[in-house]
Design a protein around this ligand. Structure first.
Ligand SMILES: *Cc1c(COP(=O)(O)O)cnc(C)c1O
Length: 375
């Protein structure tokens, strides 16, 4: 991919300048790519770079997706999943918007509320997709400095301008793993002007410990400008099937559904999501695997004397060196040992790496490789 698109695109095409200004999203390195680069067998590689579920996909979801292949010639009918989600969250079907991954939901929000005369507020070190979604429709991002790597809600409130129409919040946040308690979020919502849509992206909500868990969905009754966003990509283990959803007041959902592609979620993903919702055994196993793995990795990082940010998600961000150069060296040595983690230079955190919590074996391999990489 060209580094600077401006140099590659013919001026005669005159692409929109705000599109040219978007910094490309850097995904985690695929296993197949590292295998090609290093000449390693695919199954020898440990990928802890994209916060995927190390236990795979729920077996019940897998079965449902396979069965759904039989109806591949038909356009998808999202009714059954929307009904299941409405029942699960105790909302009406009109309050739900399905997305091709929750990323798609974020794009729908941007298309409904933002354009070149409007701005969106996001926190420094928040999910990289927010500024991309904002810019892709011409909107301006107002980036508010983080506090202890997390969202500074008071500063975000103060940053709201007359032209602000969206506030993006990830809770827990990726890539820092920071968390905002329910009371703080609610108090924030009550202070934000009703003309500003507040997006509460809860991709990692299912990894919260009992004591931190909260349910923001009922808040949509009080705050019609609240949009809660969830995904099947993380604890449900379905990142490759691409399905997520938003829950919001019916009028806002109605606007988002108008711009949504009518068939944005495919048959396999729809069927798998319905089955995954009820696979409580798989969810419990995934939660436990993450909790144990988080303890092991935190212990390992402490033993190695590395600074890390306490995380509420299925990943942890740690300081791999004094500067970007030493981080790059550690990252390269990990890759050579077949371990993929995520550098955060794109987040203006050039000394940091983010590792997804894996299975017990993967975590042990990661910690051994990291020890070697630091020597
Ligand atoms: C992983 C992640 C998502 C999920 O994206 P999908 O498009 O649903 O795969 C959303 N928000 C955050 C903050 C994430 O880290």
């Amino acid at each position: 991919m060209p580094k600077d698109l401006k140099d590659e695109v013919s001026p005669a095409l005159s692409p929109l300048p705000y599109i040219q200004s978007i910094a490309a999203y850097q995904p985690g390195k695929p296993v197949t790519e590292l295998a090609r680069e290093m000449g390693l067998p695919v199954d020898s590689i440990v990928k802890l770079a994209s916060n995927e579920n190390p236990l795979g996909m729920s077996p019940r979801a897998k079965e449902a997706a396979a069965a759904a292949l039989a109806g591949g010639e038909r356009y998808p009918d999202p009714f059954a999943l929307v009904a299941a989600l409405a029942a699960r969250h105790e909302v009406t079907m009109e309050e739900i918007v399905l997305g091709n991954g929750s990323n798609d939901v974020l794009d729908l929000i941007a298309r409904v509320f933002l354009d070149s005369g409007r701005s969106a507020v996001a926190a420094q070190y928040a999910f990289a997709v927010y500024p991309i979604a904002t810019r892709s429709v011409g909107g301006e991002s107002i980036i508010v400095p983080a506090r202890d790597f997390g969202h500074d809600l008071a500063a975000m409130e103060a940053a709201i301008r007359p032209d602000t129409r969206v506030i993006w919040i990830a809770n827990p946040n990726n890539p820092t793993g920071t968390f905002l308690a329910a009371e703080k979020l609610r108090a924030f919502l009550s202070r934000v002007p009703s003309r500003v849509a507040v997006v509460l992206d809860e991709a990692y909500n299912d990894y919260l410990e009992e004591k931190d868990r909260y349910d923001a969905v009922p808040w949509i009754r009080e705050f019609p400008n609240l949009i809660v966003v969830r995904t099947f990509s993380k604890i449900y283990g379905m990142a490759g099937l691409r399905i997520g959803y938003g829950i919001t007041s019916a009028p806002v959902a109605g606007l988002m559904n108008r711009v949504r592609q009518p068939f944005n979620c495919n048959n396999l993903a729809l069927a798998a999501a319905i089955a995954a919702l009820d696979d409580v055994d798989f969810l419990r196993q995934s939660f436990e695997c993450n909790r144990k793995g988080m303890t092991d990795i935190v212990d390992g990082l402490e033993r190695l004397g590395l600074e890390f940010i306490p995380s509420y998600g299925n990943f942890i961000t740690f300081k791999a060196g004094r500067d970007q150069e030493s981080m790059v060296a550690v990252h390269q040595r990990l890759l050579r040992q077949g371990v993929i983690v995520r550098p955060l230079a794109g987040y203006q955190m050039p000394e940091w790496l983010r590792a997804t919590i894996g299975t017990a074996d993967e975590n042990a391999r990661f910690l051994r490789a990291l020890k070697t990489a630091l020597e």
